[in-house]
Design a protein around this ligand. Structure first.
Ligand SMILES: *Cc1c(COP(=O)(O)O)cnc(C)c1O
Length: 424
């Protein structure tokens, strides 16, 4: 008897994230992935135009990374990270400290983006608690996204994710992102919040808000906001889960700030998409606040798979690639290609705004109101039919391809986008 195809078997027991199973098409089974290409059951090819949620920046099934992981798993698979330590974690801490902003001094391991944020928030609250101070308020941007656990969700401002849980969230005050024309306004609003509340932390996506539709804000403005918070000893948490590892041009978006964040959260491209792992890094001052003869002043927070050696091995190989001459050449190539494409389409009647930062290209569409509801799904299917995987956000089409994407593959993405502009 012929085995049922994967789509049919998938439907029987599986529940997918961010999916309304009553609506929409079945999930597309992927059987193989190499470089920038995904293959389905029938052998159809799709260019992964968003690097599988901006993780696999050095390409799928990258030989260099998979062989580093294979070697690691044959030598030391996994041990607990409380009471024990291992070389992959130690070496990763050394390599990361060499590229993170200078004020970062200690790394705490978690296992995904949301838990990195969760640790950052708990670290901030306990930082004041250990000093006998009660600070109960967080500051965050409107429309930010920081993950789906409760603390991370509290900091997030996208109501489509948070609706049912709003009554159960932490206390957060939101401010608009700083744009060219509102910096003074946002600064004075923040000053007022800082003066009137007991704020513990300011959590933000530096320079680019990913899930909000790759929205950009002013580096200078953010720098000023971080500076203001730091005057009140409010801990500034940069969520670099999306922006980290070269996406915005520099290694980290925080490299554009002179006031460095006190805490930085990393995940996604940290392990080149090969393994769920995340890091919450912090300053020496924060770490020191947890040192005490009283045991309970330590940070009693752990995930079973903290600092998994396989994730560390993937991360080490990834960091080596990040600033290798070949990848730097590709990073520059992609940015230049994005800029010329953006120039070509900026006057298209469907283009409301087009923006480029590093490997990120985002296009806001001018669309007829009646199309709005279904547009995202229609665009998603339109691109798949043309062999390109893109996941538009609202009326924003974006691409953030793996750095190793070839010139021809990148052109195919642009062609599909141009065709979409002419069609929708
Ligand atoms: C993806 C993402 C998260 C959440 O990470 P998960 O691993 O999905 O929990 C948090 N913040 C930003 C900016 C992200 O892009």
């Amino acid at each position: 008897m012929k085995k049922e195809n994967l789509s049919t078997r998938d439907k029987k027991y599986l529940w997918h994230p961010l999916t309304q199973h009553k609506l929409g098409k079945p999930q597309l089974p992927i059987t193989k992935a190499k470089g920038a290409i995904l293959f389905d059951e029938e052998g159809n090819e799709y260019i992964d135009g968003i690097a599988s949620w901006y993780t696999v920046m050095y390409g799928h099934s990258n030989d260099y990374i998979t062989s580093a992981m294979t070697k690691q798993m044959q030598k030391l698979d996994f041990v607990m990270f409380s009471g024990l330590t291992h070389e992959p974690a130690i070496e990763l801490s050394e390599k990361l400290m060499a590229i993170l902003p200078d004020n970062q001094a200690k790394l705490f391991f978690n296992d995904n983006g949301s838990t990195a944020i969760e640790a950052a928030i708990k670290m901030s609250l306990q930082y004041f608690h250990n000093n006998g101070e009660k600070r109960d308020t967080l500051i965050a941007f409107e429309d930010g996204f920081h993950g789906d656990t409760f603390g991370a969700m509290s900091a997030s401002g996208l109501s489509s994710y948070n609706g049912p849980f709003e009554d159960f969230l932490l206390k957060v005050i939101r401010i608009p992102t700083p744009q060219e024309d509102n910096i003074e306004e946002v600064k004075s609003r923040l000053s007022q919040i800082l003066a009137e509340n007991k704020c513990a932390a300011f959590v933000f996506e530096p320079l680019v808000q990913g899930a909000a539709g790759m929205k950009f804000h002013s580096a200078e403005g953010l720098d000023a906001l971080v500076g203001l918070c730091q005057e009140y000893e409010v801990l500034c948490v940069a969520d670099e889960i999306m922006t980290g590892f070269g996406k915005t041009g520099k290694n980290f978006a925080s490299d554009n700030l002179t006031n460095k964040p006190d805490i930085i959260c990393l995940s996604k491209a940290l392990t080149a998409g090969m393994f769920p792992l995340s890091i919450t890094s912090c300053t020496q001052k924060i770490y020191d606040r947890f040192l005490s003869d009283e045991v309970h002043k330590g940070f009693f927070h752990a995930h079973t798979f903290s600092a998994h050696p396989l994730g560390c091995a993937a991360a080490l190989a990834g960091i080596e690639l990040l600033n290798s001459p070949k990848i730097i050449e590709r990073r520059n190539y992609i940015e230049n290609a994005h800029v010329s494409f953006a120039n070509n389409i900026q006057n298209h009647k469907r283009v409301k705004e087009v923006r480029v930062m590093g490997a990120i290209l985002a296009i806001d569409l001018e669309i007829k109101m009646e199309r709005y509801g279904s547009l995202r799904d229609e665009l998603y299917n339109f691109f798949l039919e043309r062999g390109v995987l893109l996941r538009p956000l609202g009326n924003t089409i974006y691409t953030l391809p793996p750095y190793i994407i070839t010139d021809v593959q990148l052109q195919k993405i642009y062609e599909a986008i141009t065709e979409a502009l002419d069609t929708f």
